[in-house]
Design a protein around this ligand. Structure first.
Ligand code: NAP
Length: 454
């Protein structure tokens, strides 16, 4: 088994760095440090923890250009989107600076006791297994609330963004967080499965694929440890005949093509009412054709390669199989190493891979629907449940369908997106648990019942 991780720039295939995996001795030291840090960190006043969050936001803004470049080099995201990712992390930090103390304060409950309340106590060391697609955002949306609640964390990041993982750890240390608060583990799957069983680990979260989620949750379940899973998605984007296409088309295109199509909450199935199908396809295609592919470090790039060549190969197979089953290529469908051209498919049916599976790249299957009820039925025909988005002039009628949408989110006249102020998470094979908002900070705490009589 390899003892190193090599990282590559997916745009030009050049090797960026080689990292040594942690030895058993190093891992044991990290576990011990985590344990001793938790003993002191859990008693640090919330105001002090919030002070450190302020330093962290400052450090990130000061290093924004350097960090953005690192993201772009490791996973290929257009540089403008990398900068936006860092800024969004700062927005998240600011949200918890303002709200964490209130979210974590004791909740008084009136009972027959002299005094009764819920105390939100930290659990200990939480293991986070994270993906490469938003290498800072995914980590921060877990780490900021979790550490602010008094926990400590281990980060097992996707191996292709190991440089980002180490940069994140360094940022926390530079901001004054004790060294054991957030530690990066450079290791393989097998070791992670073993670490989950260690008593020091109190809970596990994974953001990643359904396959990884099943494996991690099974191991955690065997050891009776809580998990939060943020997995894949196959979001429907419904466009009704009364939608203002001119107004919403940029958002609709972004909903699929942002991050070169590699977003869990991207629009992955376009369900368009038949009366406007041709007009939609024309306008959508024009905008997709205008996307500019070049070096992701160039300022005007808005479409890039995928994060690894094997991801582009998987996407190619899903598209090819769908074409064999009768899908028509309306635009695109070519691949060059890690680059997959934005692609629009028509004549798509529910049994095709591009409808049934998650496509993690810039592929847009467009289907005709009869009406809103038909659209919701098709949208729900998925084993995933992250979100549904719907564009219409009649938002009141659309909002009556909340109960019919089985997903973790329903966005009307907006793309499904994450926001620190709102909870984020899925249903069905998209996972369970919530991140962000008050819900997120209360995922990894002991909601302890206190009952006091005189
Ligand atoms: P992935 O292959 O599942 O990898 C995610 C992380 O899990 C990586 O750190 C990976 O490590 C690790 N991993 C995978 N199998 C493991 C195992 N058996 N034991 C321990 N660690 C394991 O997913 P990805 O390709 O990086 O990310 C894309 C997927 O993530 C998509 O399905 C996407 O929809 C989903 N995602 C979901 C959300 C959400 O919030 N719901 C957000 C972003 C992405 P290595 O890199 O070392 O393999």
């Amino acid at each position: 088994m390899s003892k190193t991780i090599d990282t590559y720039n997916p745009y030009n295939g050049k090797r960026l760095n080689t990292y040594q995996l942690d030895s058993e001795d190093q891992l044991n030291k990290k576990l011990e440090l985590s344990k001793s840090t938790f003993e002191s960190w859990k008693s640090v006043e919330i105001q002090k923890r919030v002070e450190l969050l302020k330093n962290l936001a400052d450090e990130m803004l000061a290093d924004k250009n350097k960090l953005s470049k690192l993201i772009t080099k490791e996973m290929g995201k257009p540089i403008k989107e990398s900068r936006a990712e860092i800024e969004k992390c700062v927005f998240l930090i600011d949200f918890y600076i303002l709200n964490a103390e209130q979210f974590l304060s004791d909740a008084i409950i009136d009972t027959d006791a002299h005094e009764s309340y819920i105390s939100y106590d930290p659990l200990g060391c939480i293991l986070a297994v994270m993906p490469w697609n938003y290498p800072f955002w995914q980590v921060f949306r877990f780490a900021i609330p979790t550490l602010t609640a008094g926990n400590v964390a281990f980060l097992k990041h996707a191996s292709n963004v190991s440089g980002c993982a180490l940069a994140i750890e360094e940022l926390f240390i530079k901001s004054g967080f004790p060294k054991g608060c957030l530690q990066t583990l450079l290791t393989n799957h097998e070791t992670i499965e073993k670490i989950i069983g260690n008593d020091i680990i109190k809970a596990v979260t994974l953001t990643g694929s359904e396959k990884a989620g099943k494996s991690i949750a099974a191991t955690a379940g065997k050891h009776l440890k809580k998990t939060v899973l943020e997995l894949g998605g196959n979001n429907a984007c419904i466009i009704l005949k009364d939608a203002d296409l001119e107004k919403h088309m940029d958002t609709i295109v972004k909903a699929r093509m942002q991050n070169s199509g590699q977003s869990c909450i991207a629009a992955k199935r376009f369900l368009v009412e038949e009366e406007i199908y041709d007009e939609f396809l024309k306008l959508f295609t024009e905008k997709v054709k205008a996307l500019k592919y070049s070096n992701p470090l160039d300022e005007d790039t808005n479409m890039s390669c995928l994060a690894r060549e094997d991801l582009a190969e998987t996407l190619e197979k899903q598209v090819s199989k769908s074409i064999t089953m009768g899908a028509k290529v309306h635009y695109g469908n070519s691949r060059d190493k890690a680059y997959f051209q934005p692609t629009i498919l028509t004549d798509v049916t529910e049994d095709m891979p591009v409808f049934k599976e998650e496509t993690f790249g810039p592929v847009a299957p467009v289907l005709k629907i009869k009406d809103l009820d038909h659209a919701i039925k098709l949208a729900s025909n998925s084993r995933f449940g992250l979100g549904t988005m719907l564009f219409t002039a009649d938002y009141k009628k659309a909002s009556k369908k909340v109960l019919n949408v089985e997903d973790g989110a329903y966005f009307i006249n907006e793309m499904v997106k994450s926001d620190p102020r709102l909870p984020f998470g899925g249903t069905k094979s998209s996972g369970f648990g919530r991140e962000l908002s008050k819900e997120g900070i209360l995922e990894f705490v002991n909601k302890k019942t206190i009952f006091i009589n005189k």
